[in-house]
Design a binder for this molecule. Structure first.
Ligand code: URA
Length: 433
């Protein structure tokens, strides 16, 4: 078998056989297939697509390209949630402790941010001392002891995705249903939890630019999960504007702490309650989403969700004093307000532009080798639908960089203002079950 024949077959619209897909993944992981051949194949898949059977085989081949976690020694139903990426998306930091406080076992392996999107691991690492490098044994013990662990994937887990994702990121082949579905599902299946909830984002700040594309991706992933006997569901959530107010690592952790104290932004809390209620149903802790929502509200009001977060930070060696007193987090050297030149209703805050702006202020990585400035980012003062007066604050930027005037202009242009009242939508548009 030759990789060039597989590339040509897909280029000409053919359907790849199981042997051909496995030959590609095995050869690529072993280094026998080159990056330029893999990127040519990724581009042909981007344009020609794959049928459901091909996607299922690709997912399986990727899942088994490395270690597969066995979580059977964790007592109870293990739940997991994964977002296809967004801006200001600190959901896992709030939702994880909320569902754990209701008795679900949260065994979560997260990723890092790349480009304009943020990653849960980077946000967690803004807590001094906290480690995301936890051995399999300690991961299992932690979930058994306190009900929650959010850690990094080990290098051995789905090595095929590590290579493929890095390649796709620099070859314009990220936004493809077969490639995203196999990337997400191979990791979720290999990390071993019993149930999977996918938050499939759509809009300016997401990989899927509209709800139809997000629905197609969600259906493919839910079908793969179900065919392998994992209780898999998805929500389709709006990522046209950033989620909540804070964008940037420590800034988002502070907002997550506020949310766990019952002072969370409306859109973030809506997403957390909707996802949390589904996860409690999946864990068979409640029979209906309404019952789940009540239980989650109680977990916030009683302080038990916040206590779970504290317990997790402590178990992962983080300095809990920052969680108890978030004013201890270091503040950037430059803190600058951006004000509006006109009065009116905000009709869009482009999440992609805010995400890129935040990255340029130091909060994100353009390449995997870049280091992150944990204190950098943006805090919005307004959300879509709000009224703003001329001269009133739109947002505040935080940076340690000296040369940020141009970025400031770019961030300002992410806000679009209209004379007319703007209709707002809920964050979650649909549930795919
Ligand atoms: N998230 C992933 O894990 N993989 C993708 O391909 C896109 C988003």
């Amino acid at each position: 078998m030759r990789i060039v024949d597989i590339i040509i077959k897909k280029r000409d619209g053919g359907v790849l056989s199981e042997e051909e897909i496995r030959f590609f993944i095995e050869g690529y992981v072993k280094g026998e297939i080159t990056d330029y051949q893999a990127s040519a194949l990724a581009m042909t898949i981007f344009f020609q697509g794959m049928n459901k059977k091909e996607i299922a085989i690709l997912t399986d081949a990727m899942e088994h390209s490395g270690e597969v976690m066995d979580l059977s020694s964790i007592k109870g139903i293990k739940v997991d949630k994964h977002s296809t990426g967004g801006v200001g998306d600190k959901t896992s930091l709030v939702l994880g402790p909320m569902v754990a406080a209701c008795g679900a076992k949260v065994a979560k392996m997260s990723g890092r941010g790349l480009g304009h999107t943020g990653g849960t691991l980077d946000k967690l690492e803004s807590i001094p001392g906290l480690t995301i490098a936890v051995s399999d044994h300690d991961f299992i013990d932690q979930v058994n002891d306190i009900g929650i662990a959010i850690v990094g994937q080990t290098a051995e887990l789905v090595p095929a995705d590590k290579k493929m994702y890095a390649l796709r990121d620099v070859t314009g082949t990220v936004e493809s249903v077969p490639l995203i579905a196999s990337s997400v599902m191979s990791k979720k299946l290999a990390s071993g939890s019993d149930t999977i909830l996918l938050d499939v984002t759509f809009g300016e700040g997401a990989f899927m630019k509209n709800i139809d594309a997000a629905r197609e991706l969600a259906k493919v992933m839910v079908e793969i999960g179900k065919s392998l006997n994992r209780n898999t569901k998805a929500v389709l959530s709006d990522m046209n504007e950033p989620l909540g107010f804070a964008v940037g690592n420590a800034l988002e952790v502070k907002e997550a702490i506020d949310a766990l104290h019952g002072r969370g932004p409306k859109d973030l809390m809506e997403l957390c309650y909707t996802c949390g209620a589904i996860m409690l149903e999946q864990a068979q802790i409640v029979k209906t989403k309404e019952e789940g929502k009540k239980m989650l509200e109680e977990a916030i009001q009683s302080g038990r969700a916040f206590d779970k977060f504290v317990a997790m930070v402590k178990a992962q060696k983080g300095d809990v004093s920052y969680i108890l007193d978030p004013s201890k987090f270091p503040v950037s050297k430059h803190v600058v307000d951006i004000v509006s030149d006109q009065g009116g209703y905000i009709y869009s805050i482009n999440a992609l532009e805010i995400g890129e702006g935040s990255m340029k202020l130091g909060a994100g990585r353009a390449t995997m080798k870049d280091t992150i400035d944990m204190s950098a980012g943006i805090v919005l003062s307004k959300k879509v639908g709000d009224f703003v007066k001329k001269g009133e604050k739109l947002c505040t930027i935080y940076t340690n960089k000296e040369d940020f005037d141009l970025v400031l202009q770019e961030i300002k242009s992410a806000f679009k203002i209209s004379d007319k009242v703007v209709k707002t939508h809920p964050v979650v548009w649909e549930i795919v079950e």
